[in-house]
Design a protein around this ligand. Structure first.
Ligand code: ADP
Length: 347
């Protein structure tokens, strides 16, 4: 697969703040990459460098193998063939939907079917064509913003937290139709988000950032199942990190933590480790002789996340339980661990 967008050694500083600290990124032609990370990790700065709104202090941005930015020169945004969907859509308030979508098109293209095709692609009813942005819902506005950005067939589409102002239900339906539209347009996209569900469910590849560095870039499944560090493990999905000792028996390594013992998915040198457990690996049942107490319960409808505290070690563990049997706070529980645990060296 050819790389459509590449960055190498990208560094950006604001005074003494290192916002980006050597980013190497590859986005294949036609792929959707989600850049995921906590607030302040450098996501927006990365997007702005790719867009050409900022110039790197070091490193390069290349599109189709051609360098468009380094510290000496920067191809202007309008000549990078990039589409941008900002956080709040930023539609032109005085133009109707059709005119907003048509904004980047030539006179000839505007008279063809392109605008209605894009409206269909983004599941925007055609009778919205002559409404102004203020007469649309938040989700519809974001769909129009995506249609406008896709209209000129950009080589790369950049989306900056495009669904963050929408409520949860709207966020997932808008996200799905936007991704379908991006795929149908065969565009290559970079989606910046701090929402792990959005990143895991919408993208082909997830790049996780932490304090200016890209700490892992892989498929959603690999980032969830084989996180590269305790930070990625805890940031992507739910889970618990526990101190453990390691024992080895007939070539198999086992971790023993205060909640029990289980085999390691990866052996590491030494006889102690931090092991990471997903909530679905933890089976709990009320038991008056159990070692753990329920410290909090978060109800999610289909299931509940139960936080347990081990009375002896004081360590916390998250378990997912079916909602109908939610235990009240303070219930004493027995814990069983299943599957295998990922081990990380203790810091
Ligand atoms: P994110 O998008 O992940 O929230 P940003 O790229 O906005 O992160 O910011 C990365 C870091 O750079 C943060 O520490 C932020 O405070 C800092 N930063 C961003 N923009 C500026 C600026 N214009 N001036 C000074 N510091 C900035």
């Amino acid at each position: 697969m050819t790389q459509r967008l590449t960055t190498r050694g990208l560094v950006k500083r604001y005074g003494s703040t290192v916002a980006l600290d050597g980013i190497d990124l590859d986005v294949e032609d036609g792929a959707i990459l989600a850049v995921l990370g906590p607030s302040g990790c450098g996501k927006t700065t990365l997007l702005r460098l790719i867009a050409g709104f900022l110039v790197p202090d070091e490193g390069t941005v290349s599109i189709d193998g051609v360098v468009v930015a380094d510290k000496h020169r920067s191809v202007p945004t309008r000549r990078r063939d990039i589409g941008l969907v900002p956080q709040e859509g930023a539609l032109f308030p005085h133009l109707d939907v059709a005119a907003n979508i048509a904004f980047g098109l030539s006179r000839h293209e505007r008279s063809g079917p392109r605008i209605t095709d894009l409206m269909d692609l983004l599941e925007l009813p055609r009778d919205l064509a002559h409404r102004r942005p203020a007469e649309l819902s938040g989700g519809q506005q974001q769909r129009v913003a995506v249609a406008r950005a896709l209209a000129p067939n950009p080589r790369v589409l950049l989306l900056d937290e495009p669904f963050s102002s929408l409520d949860a239900a709207l966020r997932s339906s808008t996200g799905r139709s936007v991704v379908n539209a991006i795929r149908a347009s065969k565009a290559t996209a970079v989606l910046v988000t701090h929402d792990q569900d959005e990143a895991l469910s919408l993208a082909d590849k997830v790049g996780v950032m932490d304090r200016g560095q890209l700490v892992q870039a892989d498929t959603p499944n690999a980032v969830y199942a084989q996180p590269a560090s305790p930070f990625v493990a805890s940031f992507v999905g739910e889970g618990s990190l526990l101190t453990s000792s390691i024992r080895r028996e007939r070539g198999v390594a086992y971790a023993t933590c205060s909640f029990g013992e289980l085999p390691l998915a990866n052996d590491i040198p030494g006889d102690t480790a931090l092991v990471f457990l997903r909530p679905e690996q933890v089976v709990v049942r009320p038991d008056p002789t159990g070692e753990a107490l329920v410290s909090s319960v978060a109800f999610h409808g289909h299931d509940a996340m139960v936080r347990l505290v081990n009375e002896q070690s004081g360590e916390m563990l998250s378990a997912r339980v079916d909602a109908p049997v939610m235990p009240p706070v303070g219930t004493r529980m027995a814990v069983q661990l299943r599957g295998s645990a990922l081990a990380f060296p203790q810091a």
